[in-house]
Design a protein around this ligand. Structure first.
Ligand SMILES: *[C@@H]1O[C@H](CO)[C@@H](O)[C@H](O)[C@H]1NC(C)=O
Ligand SMILES: *[C@@H]1O[C@H](CO)[C@@H](O)[C@H](O)[C@H]1NC(C)=O
Ligand SMILES: *[C@@H]1O[C@H](CO)[C@@H](O)[C@H](O)[C@H]1NC(C)=O
Ligand SMILES: *[C@@H]1O[C@H](CO)[C@@H](O)[C@H](O)[C@H]1NC(C)=O
Ligand SMILES: *[C@@H]1O[C@H](CO)[C@@H](O)[C@H](O)[C@H]1NC(C)=O
Ligand SMILES: *[C@@H]1O[C@H](CO)[C@@H](O)[C@H](O)[C@H]1NC(C)=O
Ligand SMILES: *[C@@H]1O[C@H](CO)[C@@H](O)[C@H](O)[C@H]1NC(C)=O
Ligand SMILES: *[C@@H]1O[C@H](CO)[C@@H](O)[C@H](O)[C@H]1NC(C)=O
Ligand SMILES: *[C@@H]1O[C@H](CO)[C@@H](O)[C@H](O)[C@H]1NC(C)=O
Length: 844
């Protein structure tokens, strides 16, 4: 009886603790560090507690010479915590934070002041973290003077991989210089907050490029600007739990071309319903104010709503624009439509927040754009501009105005070097090259003077004792830790036991074995391995004259193998892929198993010397686009075009259904449909998006091929939802490209003609489709075939992917269209003329 009750009690206790540990996991305190450097115990800044770093397990290196000390001259306007104390050292020192995997904010707080025996101007150092360079040769005093602030705040985002810990490494950059740091904050964040997941193939517009951009976890980010438009700033404590500061825009960034530009208290009494989804993206407060152009339509017509942000050149930047429509006058799509330009490039030609939110007022939404700011050797900083220009009221909008609620700008680490550091600014000429006069709050970056928020009490003593609630937390933490530790040990023991049993051990063994064999050779019958020498031979050392194509992945050479007897296309992927040889081979194995009459066959590969080279059948007649427009090639007759459409659709059908797993091509376009000597259409570049290098570097705008503008499924683009129906959409664009012989995008065309998909849709609805058909086809398309073909194309372009036909249906329908054409041609007397008078009769 007693034994039973003991067991029950222990079990209850165990489950209680288990419950507690599960419950507490919601905020994983181990992940969360707020460190005041150069001090002991716990200090309080009036709102948050900071932990001293002395004698902690986090710190290593710099031994003997590391000094912790107080600034000799403490400015009264600078917050005591964390700026009172610093860790300084003429040798390298590291902080190691045992965090779980996932993206983290890393925030650094510097107060470049004179410290005993560490003169202010001698601070020059680099900061590195998990392979990324945050700062390089960073002259702290120089930067503070140039930014006209006393303290410096920097915020980064890094992804910590499984099994890694977060290391921050501070290294003096010259023999006589030292490194220092006053405060460090490491905070976990939701994994989808700033990184677009690579596996979900999300991406957004990369300006000036035809490809999509995604912020992959192999990049680190620096949050350069985080701005609330109009109204008061939002303090870190009023953020969504992520302690971000949202600074005001007016003082420095807004360029008032138009004196009427005003901040708009969109929600004066703070009572409007604002929906932010997911709710951590930004505080609702952000959306309660906006900046707009004002009400003078005449003035608006001749100006842009403009902001300028100084940034380092030679980096890619990601801009996240925050919108929420609350204006009582704006109630439906079309009421307020405007253009968005970023770095003078058109980012949106129809920005309509009501349309984006499906007419749901108060729904906050974000739009992301990436832009490469090319290297400018003439100046240290260049201005990154954001401009908005309203539609004119007579141009299908009710209010000629533009607006914005919030903006975040991130610098992305360079793909090759993983660098985020820019150059030091030029020295500022001040009478006393000392601490400059304070100059208000310039930015989130320089606003560290009030971050952490100004403490109401200015002289908070350093607390070395224990805070009661804090220690209680610690006790719970310890108990939970012990219990989870025990559970973990039990699990480990269990696993070890399991793996010791023969079956499991056999499994483990066979796993390692199979990867090994797999690594060294692929099935030879399917895929041949070439030595680099053979490839060099075939391409005459990658001679430029043999280049027959340049794609997002690299260059394509025409070469001859087997002693010059067999022509092949040799695709040399750009170096710099994040993928290792193992993944490369895995993908090759997958690709080499895809065999179909309408796919370009992979013959082999080469992986020597870190090159990633693919060898394909050579397609004599090149790509389809070169037979449609902007070309000297003779035009293709209609029936041949239909046959090419059918072939390409069959190839896609095989990709979607023929392989073990569905393969979504993701980049269906006329340049990816190749033609052999018998005019058989072959789909190329499938599956490559999983292999190719996906980085950006200074010399290439983008290599991240995940779709091309003009062909992009709006569903994919808007909702980041990728299905096989995205290929169907792109294929619809291809169909109209073939019918009309014009590019999918003509950027300088009239508004409604820019996008072929939209233009075709409009012509179809107005019954003027026949007018935009390739003139060289005039009189050769049978009307019933024409009608069927347009119907197929239109159904591919339907907004909702679910309503689009499957590629299998398309094959079948295209065959029907071909049949209709042939029937008509047989009926000699049939009217096979398509001209302006022969309009299609459509209900809608
Ligand atoms: C960070 O830790 C503190 C104290 O352990 C906790 O109150 C807070 O919720 C944590 N924050 C996050 C974002 O995990
Ligand atoms: C700091 O970390 C770096 C990178 O992990 C390492 O190479 C270096 O030896 C460390 N230095 C010290 C002093 O611990
Ligand atoms: C930092 O910049 C200041 C101002 O230009 C200069 O006087 C000082 O020598 C620099 N410090 C180092 C270590 O380079
Ligand atoms: C992919 O996106 C879906 C829907 O947005 C989401 O539920 C899922 O977790 C994402 N997967 C990954 C690996 O991020
Ligand atoms: C947070 O917001 C509330 C209400 O808007 C405001 O009263 C408070 O002062 C803010 N807190 C800080 C720390 O700024
Ligand atoms: C906000 O939503 C609540 C609950 O859905 C509703 O009762 C209220 O009327 C709404 N307020 C406004 C201003 O629309
Ligand atoms: C708009 O601005 C123009 C140019 O400054 C001015 O001439 C005009 O009177 C203004 N219109 C209104 C309605 O204020
Ligand atoms: C607005 O900015 C864009 C992009 O820089 C520019 O092309 C356009 O001319 C500007 N419009 C006006 C009215 O200033
Ligand atoms: C950036 O814009 C600001 C404000 O217009 C201007 O003062 C500054 O000179 C510009 N900087 C550069 C590098 O063009």
């Amino acid at each position: 009886m007693r034994l039973l009750s003991i067991i029950t009690t222990s079990l209850t206790l165990f489950f209680l603790l288990l419950f507690l540990s599960i419950h507490l996991q919601a905020y994983t305190p181990e992940d969360n560090f707020t460190i005041s450097c150069g001090t002991t115990g716990i200090v309080f800044d009036g709102q948050r507690t900071w932990t001293g770093d002395e004698d902690t397990k986090y710190l290593s290196g710099g031994q003997g010479s590391t000094v912790l000390t107080q600034a000799a001259t403490q400015d009264p306007s600078v917050n005591q915590v964390p700026y009172t104390t610093a860790r300084l050292s003429p040798s390298q020192f590291n902080y190691s934070f045992p965090v779980s995997a996932g993206p983290k904010f890393v925030r650094l707080f510097f107060y470049p002041a004179d410290y005993p025996s560490f003169p202010r101007t001698h601070a020059s150092f680099s900061v590195q973290s998990n392979g990324f360079t945050f700062l390089k040769g960073f002259n702290a005093s120089l930067n503070a003077d140039a930014e006209a602030t006393k303290t410096i705040f920097r915020e980064y985002v890094v992804n910590v991989n499984d099994g890694e810990i977060l290391i921050l490494s501070f290294s003096p950059s010259q023999p006589n210089s030292y490194a220092f740091i006053n405060g460090i904050e490491v905070l976990p964040m939701p994994s989808d907050l700033y990184y677009t997941s690579a596996t979900n193939s999300t991406g957004f517009m990369f300006l000036g490029s035809t490809t999509l951009y995604s912020v992959e976890t192999r990049f680190a980010l620096q949050a350069e600007y985080r701005i609330k438009m109009g109204g008061q700033e939002i303090s870190p404590l009023n953020d969504t739990g992520l302690f971000r500061k949202w600074a005001g825009d007016e003082k420095d960034y807004l360029i008032k071309q138009n004196p009427e530009n005003n901040d708009l208290p969109a929600d004066t009494d703070g009572k409007m319903n604002i929906t932010v989804n997911p709710d951590y993206v930004a505080p609702k407060e952000l959306y309660r104010t906006a900046r707009n152009m004002g009400t003078n339509a005449t003035l608006n017509k001749i100006s842009n709503l403009t902001w300028e942000f100084p940034v380092d050149s030679g980096f890619t930047y990601v801009l996240r624009l925050h919108f929420c429509e609350l204006d009582p006058n704006i109630n439906k799509d079309g009421d307020r439509v405007f253009f968005i330009y970023i770095a003078s490039q058109l980012a949106e030609n129809h920005a309509d927040v009501m349309q984006w939110s499906h007419n749901q007022k108060g729904l906050a939404l974000q739009r992301n754009y990436a832009v490469l700011i090319p290297i400018d050797n003439t100046q240290k900083k260049v201005n990154l501009s954001l401009q908005m220009h309203p539609y004119a009221t007579n141009d299908k909008t009710t209010y000629s105005d533009a607006f914005l609620n919030g903006l975040e700008i991130f610098k992305i680490s360079e793909a090759g070097s993983n660098n985020l550091a820019g150059p030091n600014p030029d020295p500022v000429q001040t009478p006393h090259n000392n601490i400059p006069a304070p100059k208000g709050d310039r930015s989130s970056k320089t606003a560290a003077a009030t971050y952490p928020v100004q403490s109401p009490h200015n002289n908070i003593p350093v607390l070395t004792g224990k805070i009661s609630s804090e220690s209680r937390g610690t006790i719970i933490g310890v108990v939970v830790g012990v219990v989870s530790g025990v559970v973990l040990i039990l699990l480990v023991v269990f696993f070890v036991f399991l793996s010791a049993t023969s079956r499991c051990a056999g499994l483990l063994f066979s796993m390692t074995k199979s990867t090994k064999t797999h690594n060294s050779s692929l099935p030879l019958d399917l895929c041949r391995r070439f030595s680099l020498l053979e490839i060099l031979d075939a391409t005459q050392n990658f001679d430029d004259v043999l280049i027959v194509g340049v794609g997002g992945f690299g260059q394509v050479y025409k070469g001859y193998i087997d002693d010059g007897s067999t022509p092949v296309a040799i695709k040399r992927l750009k170096p710099g892929s994040q993928q290792g040889a193992h993944e490369f081979l895995n993908e090759i194995e997958m690709l080499s198993q895809l065999r179909h009459r309408h796919l370009v066959s992979l013959i082999g590969y080469s992986n020597d010397n870190k090159e990633m080279i693919l060898v394909y059948d050579f397609m004599t007649r090149g790509n389809l686009r070169d037979h449609l427009y902007n070309t000297d090639n003779p035009t293709l007759p209609w029936k041949q075009r239909l046959q090419i459409c059918i072939g390409a659709a069959r190839g896609l059908h095989y990709l979607h259904t023929g392989a073990k797993h569905m393969i979504i091509h993701r980049d269906v376009k006329t340049t990816n449909i190749l033609l052999d000597d018998k005019w058989v259409a072959k789909v190329s570049d499938f599956g490559l998006s999983r292999i190719g290098p996906t980085g950006t570097s200074k010399s290439h705008v983008s290599t991240n091929v995940k779709g091309s503008f003009g062909y992009l499924d709006p569903e994919y683009y808007k909702r980041y939802r990728l299905t096989e129906k995205s290929d169907v959409y792109s294929f619809g664009v291809v169909l109209f490209e073939i019918l009309c012989a014009r590019p999918p995008l003509i950027r300088n065309a009239e508004m409604e003609q820019v996008s072929l998909a939209n233009w075709a849709r409009r012509c179809y609805q107005n019954g003027t489709m026949a007018q935009i058909v390739d003139p060289s086809l005039k009189g050769t398309i049978a009307p019933e075939c024409f009608e069927k073909f347009c119907e197929i194309g239109m159904s591919c372009l339907l907004e909702d992917g679910m309503h689009r036909p499957s590629i299998n249906d398309i094959v079948w329908l295209l065959e029907l269209a071909l049949q209709l054409q042939e029937d008509a041609e047989q009926r000699e007397n049939a009217d096979i003329v398509t001209d302006e008078s022969n309009e299609i009769k459509r209900g809608n």
